[in-house]
Design a binder for this molecule. Structure first.
Ligand code: HEC
Length: 116
């Protein structure tokens, strides 16, 4: 009895560790891919004429600004249509110090890569 509880506890801890490792890996900035021309096309559906360079600025700003209060969120954290208002909310409600340009670039980048 005591032994089986110990085994269960151990497997639970292993599971918890696995979840932590997976979360840490997906939250890692390195997991967020550099933008491609296909991403620029995807973003252009919503923001016509979006360039790869703009998406690169968005990725840079994202890596610099979005891990300050919590871990970097993955592009799948919210539905792609909701990224713009989420990024805006970080500034208006949560106090993230972002320029208009950074908000726009980050929203485009996250929208684009979550369209993949
Ligand atoms: C000044 C601190 C701060 C910064 C900087 C910040 N956040 Fe947040 N973020 C919060 C707080 C507080 C919450 C929880 C409350 C909420 O959801 O609004 C949160 C929650 C979130 C959530 C979960 C929201 C949901 O609906 O599930 C996402 C996704 C997110 N942040 C993305 C970002 C992104 C992207 C950036 C960069 C533009 C960013 N955050 C920068 C404070 C911050």
């Amino acid at each position: 009895m005591a032994q089986s509880i110990q085994v269960n506890l151990q497997s639970l801890m292993t599971q918890a560790l696995t979840v932590t490792i997976v979360a840490a890996t997906t939250a890692c900035g390195g997991a967020l891919p550099p933008p491609t021309t296909a991403d620029a096309r995807a973003a252009s559906v919503r923001w016509p004429g979006t360039s790869v360079e703009q998406l690169q600025s968005g990725r840079r700003a994202y890596l610099e600004q979005c891990g300050k209060c919590h871990s970097l969120k993955s592009e799948t954290a919210v539905p792609k249509e909701v990224w713009e208002e989420t990024v805006n909310r970080m500034r208006t409600k949560n106090g993230a110090k972002l320029t208009d340009e950074e908000v726009a670039d980050i929203a485009r980048y996250l929208f684009a890569i979550s369209s993949r």
